[in-house]
Design a protein around this ligand. Structure first.
Ligand code: COA
Length: 451
């Protein structure tokens, strides 16, 4: 049996474990190195391991934050976490032991995490790293992490200009080299690893950055799924010459009415939540009855306007998948209760990503209410081939004058409209806005006009 070397304090329990082991093991105290810039203490944001876990070199141990940066500390050794000294939410001193790690073989002294900042590393004395320089024999000095990045990207380290202390090649030097930066000594010999769209260099570097530390660096994210659909729809929409108009709408009456209706709704269906949206959709539909050319599609060359008979009113929904625009069908023939039910059902489908194609197809006009998330003012983009869209911002309590010039507390939302200016003129859009506003500000009129 090979010898056991315990390097950090007395560990009788561990010694017993080692005595029963047939391989040479060492206990390595893994220390939080000097992260530079005079930082002596950091907050522990997350701990990714627990005692007893087996970690590989480069596995994340914890994430720490100073007032200058947030960095992930990764292991410099492969082994088993014998003891953890850091806790989420606690603070840790630079130089203190993060974990005792049991490793195979004889390891001398403590191991230090690597400085997390992008600036020059801490001094060798502070970090426990050996002093470094590029020796005359031409051997490149670099940390294992730098070497690993180089290997993964087929970079010959001797071709990279070092900027580290004593001629040490830093990970930044390799990244700069890969990006063709100015410090590069020779043309990039990365032919064999020419990045494909699915394995971009930046993403690769981000995944395997500094030894002991995964820094927050640039990364490339593929645009897929709903986002990809959004790229297509919005690029098309942006080609449309559009017209915008915005207004303030006072919600006090609607708030009162909603307050009265809420218990009535709950009495009929205890799971039904009445928000402002059913009223906005109904008000839009009632106004569209007077301005049917806004509930319409255009063809590509704008030679025809297809005025739609049904008011299938779409609403933007923020879902775990991203932005989705389902629509409530036939709003023109539905009560506020029916609309609220349909909305709630669609929202439930959105939460579990369970839309059917028909939920998302056939919209004829769109209203987006971003106000529950925030933003006072909005600038919606047309959802082609529809010709108009509205967006509502966050309600604010603000002072306004009433009809008798008294200052009152008003509940204001800002609504913004955007219309395809090739087929809709500004006056039509603004007249529609005026009617929509009337319905929302005087909701009793909605009852008057609802069929
Ligand atoms: N200002 C302030 N508060 C608002 C508001 C507004 N404009 N609109 C809604 N609220 C309130 C609601 O009244 C509710 O509060 P309450 O529970 O006290 O009554 C709360 O915000 C949450 O409402 P929510 O559950 O979201 O229901 P909703 O019917 O108002 O909205 C959606 C439904 C689907 C529109 C909404 O959930 C959503 O996803 N909005 C984001 C739309 C979006 O991403 N648009 C951007 C497109 S680019």
């Amino acid at each position: 049996m090979r010898s056991l070397r315990v390097l950090h304090g007395s560990q009788p329990k561990l010694a017993r474990f080692f005595r029963s082991s047939r391989i040479g093991l060492s206990l390595v105290p893994f220390k939080l190195a000097d992260i530079g810039e005079g930082i002596l203490k950091v907050d522990v944001l997350q701990v990714f391991v627990k005692e007893g876990d087996v970690v590989q070199e480069f596995d994340k141990l914890c994430e720490v934050q100073s007032d200058k940066a947030t960095v992930e500390i990764t292991s410099k050794v492969s082994g088993k976490i014998q003891k953890l000294y850091v806790q989420k939410g606690a603070s840790a001193n630079v130089g203190s032991v993060i974990a005792d790690i049991v490793v195979e073989g004889d390891v001398h002294g403590a191991v230090h995490s690597t400085p997390a900042t992008q600036s020059a590393p801490s001094t060798p004395a502070a970090s426990g790293q050996p002093a470094s320089s590029r020796p005359v024999n031409g051997k490149v000095l670099a940390t294992p992490a730098t070497r690993r990045i180089a290997i993964e990207n087929n970079v010959d380290l001797s071709q990279v200009t070092p900027t580290g202390k004593g001629g040490r090649t830093m990970k930044e030097d390799v990244i700069r080299y890969l990006e063709g930066g100015p410090v590069t000594a020779a043309p990039a010999p990365v032919v064999a690893s020419t990045p494909t769209p699915s394995t971009p260099v930046v993403a690769k570097v981000a995944a395997t950055t500094a030894y002991g530390v995964v820094a927050k660096v640039d990364r490339t994210v593929a645009i897929t799924g709903i986002r990809k659909a959004m790229v297509k729809a919005m690029t098309e929409a942006n080609k449309i010459p559009s017209f915008g108009a915005s207004d303030e709408i006072e919600l006090s009456n609607l708030m009162r009415l909603r307050g009265e209706m809420k218990p009535l709704f709950e009495a009929r269906d205890k799971n039904l939540k009445l928000s402002f949206m059913p009223f906005f959709l109904k008000a839009a539909s009632l106004a569209l009855l007077q301005f049917p050319e806004l509930n319409a599609y255009t063809n590509d060359d704008c030679t025809e306007l297809l005025v739609k008979g049904s008011h299938n009113i779409g609403f933007a929904m923020d879902t775990p998948m991203g932005l989705v625009v389902p629509n409530v069908k036939n709003v023109e023939s539905k009560s506020i209760f029916d609309i609220a039910k349909d909305l709630q059902e669609l929202m439930a489908k959105g939460a579990r990503s369970g839309f059917s194609p028909s939920d998302l197809q056939g919209g004829t006009f769109t209203i987006s209410n971003i106000g529950s998330i925030g933003a006072t003012y909005t600038k919606p983009v047309i959802f082609a081939p529809q010709v108009a869209i509205g967006a509502i911002g966050r309600m604010q309590k603000v002072p306004r004058f009433d009809a008798k010039d008294n200052v009152i507390k008003a509940h204001i939302i800002n609504v913004s409209w955007c219309a395809d200016h090739r087929v809709v003129d500004g006056a039509t859009m603004v007249r529609f806005n005026n009617l929509f506003k009337t319905y929302v500000e005087q909701p009793a009129m909605m009852l008057m006009d609802s069929k």
